[in-house]
Write a protein that binds this ligand. Structure first.
Ligand SMILES: [Zn+2]
Length: 411
């Protein structure tokens, strides 16, 4: 047996190509660092219609196409073939499917599998493109097909705890809304905008049966989301996110500080100068110097110190086991803040009172959107690595590829 024959057999095995396809030639182009493999259809074999699978006669051959395959020892490896076109009595003339690639794809399945791994492991898509020697559009095409496969295979049985969250997109000009599975820390879907219509579109990703199983949804106090949840999953509890509450209280403390600082400065008093961070940090994370400064400040009769104490005290709310005790605590806390004459704090307290029922649900489910926040930072890095997407569709593909925990492989 001559060496050419051996090489052809070797490549046929490597490619997983079998009858009626065969390796016709293997052309090694040393100067171009390329291997070109010509595949041929064994004439006489019956064709199959790609639509119905019926055996039929061959009409002719499609023009030659090229697929990029896994490199052979750093040599770019290309497959070339002319695919027969079947002549089906029902579906007419159709180009047959080839076993090594998806229809329309410019890469073999094995190459795509490898590309998915490289994309997932790389720090950025452009780094993956460099490693793979492919362009931006090709990478996007591979990711789009991978996400499509992943969504088709996705199992959504047993969804219990979900999160709804918004995120700014395109430098804060517009928003996107996310639906996440909190148990598995995965993004289920993303849509543009943060309106009630957008939120409803987001729920379309689930079937009525899947929605029925949902026990609770973590969400901030954004009215369009709240309304949509009540409509789409009426059986689920709404749980307002405790980290959003904490951030709202923190902003109110900061407002109190700013106003008071201005009043003091007008009298030439610099007590609050440079103290902004002290009132916002968790005291547990203070350096010894900061701890000293802070404890001295706290003992002065400052409005901001009272606001801070109200915020700190509220964290007790989340620790109750019994709803009745939490209700009683809230009543006392609310009364105290109401009498404080600290307007920004009173405003937050009133908002919390309006949403009290959906704060108490936390004690039952203990869910937050912290998981979503974690995914958000991943999404943020996708956004900054990508330097602007031509379309929202591409952005959605990118998020589902990296944060959807989908089975992305072609094989
Ligand atoms: Zn057919």
């Amino acid at each position: 047996m001559n060496i050419d024959n051996e090489l052809q057999k070797h490549y046929a095995l490597l490619l997983g190509v079998s009858s009626p396809w065969e390796v016709k030639t293997v052309d090694l182009k040393i100067a171009e660092k390329k291997v070109e493999i010509q595949l041929d259809w064994q004439w006489g074999a019956a064709a199959r219609c790609p639509e119905c699978g019926r055996e039929c006669s061959i009409h002719d051959c499609a023009p030659e196409r090229t697929w990029r395959h896994l490199d052979t020892m750093q040599f770019t490896t290309l497959i070339r073939a002319r695919t027969p076109r079947s002549d089906c009595p029902e579906h007419g003339v159709k180009t047959m499917k080839v076993p090594w690639a998806h229809p329309q794809a410019r890469f073999t399945l094995l190459f795509e599998r490898f590309a998915v791994d490289v994309l997932l492991a790389s720090a950025s898509v452009s780094q993956a493109c460099d490693l793979l020697g492919i362009g931006w559009d090709a990478a996007q095409e591979i990711m789009r097909r991978a996400v499509k496969r992943g969504l088709e295979r996705r199992q959504l049985e047993g969804l219990k705890y979900l999160g709804m969250d918004e995120k700014s997109f395109k430098r804060g000009q517009s928003y996107i809304s996310l639906l996440t599975d909190l148990d598995q820390a995965r993004v289920l879907d993303v849509v543009e905008e943060r309106t009630a219509e957008a939120a409803e579109e987001l729920w379309q990703t689930l079937t009525p049966e899947q929605k029925e199983g949902v026990k609770a949804v973590a969400v901030d106090m954004w009215q369009p989301f709240i309304q949509t949840i009540a409509k789409e999953v009426p059986g689920a509890d709404i749980v307002h996110d405790r980290f959003h509450v904490s951030s709202d209280l923190g902003k109110a403390v900061d407002k109190v500080r700013r106003t008071e600082h201005k009043e003091l400065m007008a009298q030439g008093d610099e007590t609050l100068k440079g103290t902004r961070q002290l009132w916002l940090y968790n005291p547990e994370n203070f350096s010894p110097k900061q701890a000293g400064e802070f404890s001295a400040l706290k003992d002065l009769h400052l409005k901001v110190a009272r606001a801070w104490a109200a915020k700190e005290l509220f964290s007790k709310f989340w620790q109750y086991q019994e709803e009745g005790w939490a209700r009683r605590f809230f009543k006392d806390w609310f009364g105290w803040v109401s009498r404080s004459r600290l307007k920004p704090m009173i405003e937050v307290a009133q908002m919390l009172k309006r949403h009290l029922e959906n704060l108490l649900t936390y004690l039952r489910h203990h869910i937050t959107n912290a998981v979503t926040e974690g995914l958000n930072s991943k999404i943020q890095s996708i956004k900054s690595a990508a330097r602007g997407f031509r379309s929202f569709g591409n952005y959605r593909i990118r998020i589902l590829f990296f944060c959807g925990k989908l089975n992305l492989y072609p094989l």
